[in-house]
Design a protein around this ligand. Structure first.
Ligand SMILES: [Zn+2]
Length: 619
């Protein structure tokens, strides 16, 4: 009977339909995450990400793609899930819909974002509701950025955090902190990430972390650094989006903070809260310096893992909804910012900021309420006998604390940007060019030499170069306190020109102005410029000075007629100084220096910052 035969065939037909719909061998649903099967006591291994990267694109080929953005130092693939329900699985043209980059596990122990992102995106993929933000934007989700750290587990790797049981490591296998590596990009992980950022050019970046700080009752802090944008409208849109996310979360019963809270004194909240000034080494500031928007999301470390993942899901959803709702404004503003960046030449802008509370005692500016706990500040704590604090997490309390958020530009970092651009001599091109490429800064290689062209240069005295005493991220950080001055230079063929007329002009200035906090100079890449390797021996100085004082013809042979003809005048000045200045007369080295300083430098590159600026748009 036909009915019976059809009934017998149904399972086979269903299987055929399923295999057609989901691809052969793809299960209809994912296995539950380890976090879900353990009631959020634990978090899964990286194979959970690999499995979703295999299955989601096969199950939803029109909505999901899996990309490999690079490999870790230990050779693991770093995956990105590209997801959109409105035909946005390729990067161009970017004007059509916003791209949101979500990064989890940059610090692999702070892994809430991985589980939250996988759960939320699974829900959004299954939802056909019209308010699904995936209809209006493309999400590029990196579930675990620091994959090696994620697989390197230990029970005590996050001593200031309440779960999961075995968190991963904050650092990469090379012991680099990825959320300080955005400008220097010294890890294979970050180099892969920067290639992804160039390919996808995300409008908004969300970097998901967990706090390291105090105990309070706010489940999440979302913060940004719009001051690092030179464009007022980017600052305005960034503020608007942040407040929109905050009010969505508040309406849904979370109590978010719109800044990252740092105590003035970690042992006493009553002494106030300080606003931190970040730098482009952080993801959210890096996005800002690229004319984009970046948010740092910090779940509260002392909430349990289940609560934190729930909070993170809420924050992600609120953020995606906000960007989707305001997508036209966001995209228009950022496209305009790229255009405005091409006209930054000659403008004076701050490259760095400081909080007045960081340099000495200062007045607070206002106060704020924080949902905290009762606490006790010990002058003689039990066990230690010293100062310390104990929070009583059974006793909620509202703190009213002074706020220190006077943020000012660092005077030395106020820079008038060059009219034309930057020049990198050929000898330094191999050092600088990889960074220009990684960061998408336009530049070209000079095919012919430039002789005696007018440039600006920085020549410093020994005491204007300050090396930090301890390495940071393995580097000797360096502060250069010189100013640009008119000069001339010879540039061989093979030198680089970086024009100001480009969308990444502000990022170029942040890489190449030595006063910028994360410039290549600040990271110590040019430190050989400040090392003197060849000294003039004492006996040679004495010989030269004697010849100069005596107008010996050897000086003419060595240094030429022009210098030789000055010798009688200098001799007269020397003798006057001897008779007028007893301190000089009593200082043998000063007396030698008088003569030696008049000779041409024996090391002309010493203390010369190896990058020039030009006023010409086409040198
Ligand atoms: Zn972190």
């Amino acid at each position: 009977m036909p009915t019976l035969r059809l009934a017998a065939l149904l399972p086979a037909l269903l299987a055929l339909w399923l295999s057609h719909a989901w691809g052969a061998g793809v299960p209809a649903t994912d296995p539950a995450l380890v976090a879900e099967t353990t009631q959020f006591r634990e978090t899964g291994r990286y194979d959970e990400v690999e499995q979703r990267c295999r299955d989601w694109p096969r199950r939803h080929p029109e909505w999901v793609r899996c990309e490999t953005l690079g490999r870790t130092a230990e050779g693991r693939a770093i995956r990105a899930l590209v997801i959109s329900k409105g035909a946005g699985l390729s990067p161009r043209p970017r004007q059509q819909r916003p791209v949101v980059l979500i990064i989890a596990g940059a610090h692999a122990g702070e892994i809430d974002g991985k589980d939250a992102g996988l759960i939320l995106l699974r829900q959004l993929l299954a939802s056909n509701k019209p308010d699904n933000p995936l209809q209006h934007l493309t999400v590029v989700f990196v579930p675990v950025f620091n994959v090696d750290g994620h697989e390197n587990r230990g029970r005590f790797l996050r001593p200031n955090q309440n779960g999961p049981l075995e968190p991963g490591d904050r650092l990469t296998a090379q012991r680099i902190n990825l959320n300080r590596d955005w400008m220097l990009a010294q890890t294979p992980e970050m180099q892969g990430m920067l290639r992804l950022v160039q390919r996808w050019d995300p409008d908004v970046t969300l970097d998901l972390h967990v706090t390291d700080g105090i105990r309070y009752r706010h489940p999440v802090a979302v913060s940004h650094s719009p001051l690092f944008s030179p464009h007022a409208d980017v600052q305005t849109v960034s503020d608007f989006l942040l407040q929109n996310v905050i009010s969505r979360l508040t309406r849904r019963g979370h109590a978010p903070l719109d800044f990252y809270p740092v105590l003035n004194d970690p042992d006493d909240p009553s002494l106030g809260m300080v606003q931190e000034v970040d730098a482009p080494r952080f993801s959210h500031v890096y996005a800002t310096v690229r004319n984009r928007i970046g948010f740092l999301v910090e779940d509260h470390a002392w909430d349990d893992y289940a609560t934190r993942v729930r909070t993170c899901i809420a924050t992600l959803l609120a953020s995606l909804e906000t960007v989707a709702d305001h997508r036209v404004t966001v995209m228009r503003t950022l496209i305009e910012a790229d255009l405005k960046s091409q006209r930054l030449r000659g403008t004076t802008l701050p490259l760095d900021w400081y909080n007045t509370a960081d340099i000495g005692p200062t007045q607070s500016n206002g106060s704020m309420e924080l949902q905290g706990y009762r606490y006790e500040v010990y002058e003689q704590a039990p066990v230690s006998g010293g100062r310390g604090i104990r929070y009583d997490t059974q006793q909620p309390e509202t703190w009213k604390v002074p706020l220190f958020n006077h943020i000012r530009p660092v005077p030395e970092a106020m820079q008038t940007l060059p009219e034309g651009g930057y020049l990198v001599p050929a000898g330094w091109a191999a050092v600088v060019r990889p960074y220009l490429r990684l960061h998408g800064v336009r530049h070209h290689v000079l095919s012919r030499p430039l002789k005696q062209i007018r440039v600006e240069s920085i020549r410093v005295q020994d005491d204007e170069v300050v090396f930090e005493p301890r390495p940071f991220q393995g580097r000797t950080r360096t502060q250069l306190n010189g100013r640009w001055a008119q000069d001339s230079a010879n540039l061989p063929a093979g030198s680089l020109f970086i024009p100001m007329e480009q969308p990444q002009a502000w990022l170029a200035a942040h890489l190449l102005e030595p006063s910028a906090p994360d410039s290549l100079s600040s990271w110590g890449l040019f430190n050989t410029a400040y090392e003197l390797s060849d000294l003039i021996a004492g006996h040679r100085e004495l010989e030269l000075a004697r010849w100069m004082a005596a107008q010996h013809p050897n000086i003419r042979t060595l240094f030429g007629e022009a210098l030789y003809s000055q010798l009688p005048l200098w001799r007269q000045a020397f003798e006057e100084k001897l008779s007028r200045d007893p301190a000089f007369a009593a200082d043998p080295q000063a007396r030698l220096d008088f003569w030696i300083s008049k000779l041409p430098p024996h090391d002309p590159g010493y203390n010369l910052y190896p990058i020039f600026r030009t006023a010409s748009p086409q040198p």
